[in-house]
Design a protein around this ligand. Structure first.
Ligand SMILES: O=C(O)CCC(=O)c1ccccc1C(=O)O
Ligand SMILES: [Mg+2]
Length: 318
């Protein structure tokens, strides 16, 4: 079977630039592609690289698309090299759209909403809460730690005083440091988290995500031993090789999986079906096209029913 192949690069500005410990991000760039089969059915896919996470660059992805002929085979789709993980995802998900083997129900998923950095978090969380959000993620390691912990305390206070005591469901708060903390700073954050969690109140700090750089797995494993708040790996497990390696080295807490940059969905499914990992599936600010494919993968592989990190639509207009 051969497929007609078309692609179109896109650029999408953030409403407010996203600040992380890796820097400021203003525009999401990617590629929308489609495959048309011999019956004229069309399958859509998206390539949304994240090179600061170790995926290919937007340029690498473009060059790959440009050198392909306008008619490609299944063989081409399933032999994209591992150094182009976002391309593997884009082509494979377009192919899957053409050959769905089962209906995937996305309605049972619940979402984690990404909060802005800095003081604005204090009003944004409440707007999202009124729209029924129960899980939130806040980026840390961006500003001075004393200032951030200060805002964090205010956020906890704001949540505590806003919730009614009869609130049925806990609020889950995730902290994402994007490798931006030192070991000492991570300990400080985890002490705060453990204190809040020991309270067993209406707020649970669900996990601290990627406090240290990817070459400090040993120290992050030590933090897992020392504190009761869970830790999550994200940058450390951006692709299958890394996931395998961290799993082999004994990581038992959470793995954040970003399907759009992880590589072949088929290989990801295979891994998750053989290892019952505690996974959080998360977005890389792809458009609805990539999001739909990623969410289908998430709902098939979700084992502990954690909220998916796809509450990002309020970051874009339209
Ligand atoms: O995971 C989420 O809840 C939101 C998505 C998110 O934080 C993110 C989005 C793009 C790039 C990196 C990250 C990250 O998790 O570090
Ligand atoms: Mg992260």
């Amino acid at each position: 079977m051969n497929y007609q192949f078309q692609f179109q690069p896109y650029q999408r500005p953030f409403k407010i630039p996203l600040k992380t410990a890796h820097g400021i991000w203003k525009t999401r760039e990617g590629i929308i592609l489609n495959l048309t089969d011999e019956q004229g059915n069309i399958g859509w896919g998206e390539i949304a690289p994240l090179s600061w996470f170790g995926s290919e660059t937007m340029e690498d992805a473009l060059i790959f698309c440009q050198q392909l002929p306008s008619c490609i085979s299944i063989e081409t789709i399933f032999t994209i090299p591992d150094y182009l993980p976002a391309c593997q995802f884009g082509f494979e998900s377009a192919f899957t759209e053409l050959n769905p083997n089962s209906f995937v129900d996305l309605s049972r998923l619940h979402y984690s909403e990404l909060l802005p950095t800095g003081e604005t978090v204090l009003t944004t969380w409440e707007t999202l809460f009124q729209q029924r959000a129960k899980t939130f993620k806040w980026k840390i390691g961006v500003d001075d730690i004393t200032e951030e912990i200060n805002i964090f305390q205010k956020l906890i206070h704001s949540i505590t005083t806003t919730l009614s005591p009869t609130q049925a469901q806990k609020i889950h708060l995730r902290l994402d440091a994007n490798e931006g903390l030192t070991f000492e700073q991570a300990k400080k954050w985890l002490e705060h988290c453990d204190l809040i969690n020991a309270n067993q109140g209406l707020i649970e700090i669900e996990f601290l995500e990627q406090p240290l750089s990817i070459d400090q797995l040993d120290l992050m494993l030590e933090l897992c031993d020392r504190y009761s708040t869970l830790l999550a790996l994200d940058e450390s497990v951006a692709n299958l090789q890394q996931l395998n390696s961290c799993y082999q080295q004994g990581w038992l807490d959470i793995f954040v999986i970003k399907p759009a940059i992880f590589g072949s969905p088929k290989k990801l499914k295979n891994f998750c079906q053989n290892h019952e990992i505690d996974a959080v599936f998360s977005s890389v600010f792809e458009t609805n096209i990539g999001q739909k494919s990623a969410l289908k993968i998430a709902s098939e592989l979700l084992f502990y029913n954690r909220a998916v990190g796809f509450g990002i639509n309020h970051w874009f207009t339209g």
